[in-house]
Design a protein around this ligand. Sequence first.
Ligand code: FNR
Length: 369
Amino acid sequence: KNRLHELCMNLDDFERVARDVMDNGGFGYYMGGATDEWTLKENRSAFEKYRIIPRVLVPVTSVDMRCSFFGIDLRFPVMIAPSAMHGQAHEDGEKATARAAVRAGSAFTLSSLGSMSMEDVAGAVPTDHQGKPKGLIFQLYVFKRRDITEAIVKKAEALGYRALCLTVDAPITGRRERDLRSGFTVSDAMGQLPNIQMLGNVVNQQLVEFEAQKDLTLDWSIITWLKSICNLPVIAKGILHPADARCAIKAGAAAIVISNHGGRQLDSTPATIDVLPAIAAEVRGEIPIFLDGGIRRGTDVFKALGFGANAVMMARPAVFALAVGGEHGVSRMLRLLYDELECTFKLAGCKNISEVPSRMLSSVLAASS
Ligand code: FNR
C-alpha cells in the first residue's frame, strides 16, 4: 500500500515526492510558471520579508480559526484554489481532492478544466442537512458562446455549488516555457474535460480549442451579467491592483482573490502578499479578501490574515499531495497546514482570526507598537 504521504512532514515535502512519482511533463505543468518564473519564485520569497512579533502570556488553551463565506463553513481559513486536470496527478482526480478538502473543513474550487464532471465532484463530498454538497465552488471561464457559459453556470447552481469563481487574469494563457520544452499538452494528458464538453469536440488539441473559445471582449459588466443569470455569489479571482478591487466591488463581486495565478500568467507581477496591504486599505472590509500564491506554511497564512486577508487559497500543494497519496495525501497535507496554523496562533498569542493584527507583523526587526 502507498504510504509515501506519511513521510511528508510539511507541504514542500509533497512537492519533492511528487517530482519523483509524476512524469516530467505533468510535474512541470503543475509546478511551472510563465517565462522566467520570476513571479513564481517571488510569491514564495516575499513571505520571508515579514516577521511575526508574538504577544506572550495570552491564554491559548483553545484557538478558534473558524470562518464562513456564502454558506461555506471553514474550520480554518484555507481553501483549495482551482487547478486544471487533477486526473493527471491521480486516477481519483478532483473527487479525491474535493472529498479530502471538505472533510478537513476546507473548501474545494473545481476548475472549468477539471478532469471530473461537476456532478461527480458534487456526489463525492459530504452534504449538509438539505442534502446539498458542502464546500464547493465552481471556477468559470466565460466563452464567446454565452449560451454555453450560461448553461454551465446554471448547472453549477443546480448541483449546489456555493459560488462562482470568475478568473479575471487569464484572457489568454501565459507563456509556459517548461510545457513548450516538454511538449506537455492537455490533450495528451487527458481524454476529455467534461465541464467544457458543451463547447464541442475538444478531444484533440484541447488547449488550442479552449483558447479560441474564450471571450476576450470581457469587461466588468460580465459580473452584472452573471448575477442576472444566477443567484450565486461571484468571486473575482486574479486582482493585483487596488483600483481593480474597487471595480470588483462596484460591479457586485461578493469577494476577490488577490492572485497572480501562481506566477503562471503575467511574469513580473508582484508577490500577492506584497500588494495585500494596499488592497485591504481600499476594500476596508466591504467584501472578503482571499489571497493565493505561495502559501506553504501556517506562518504564511498568519501573515496574510495579519495584512488583511479573510482567508487564503492554494493550488499546487493540493495537486502534489494528490499525486503522492490520493485522497489520503490531500487529507494529510491539510492536516499539516491546520496544525502549523494552530501552532502559529498559539505561539503568537492569538485565540481567533480577528485577533491577528497587522501590528504583529513587521518587515524589519523593529519593536511593535
Ligand atoms: C492553476 N490555476 C488556475 N486558476 C484558475 O483560475 N483556473 C484554472 O484552471 C487554473 N489551473 C491551474 C493549474 C495548475 C496546475 C496550477 C498550479 C494553477 C491557478 C491557481 O488557482 C492559483 O491561483 C495558484 O496556483 C496559486 O498559487 P499556488 O498555491 O499554486 O502557489
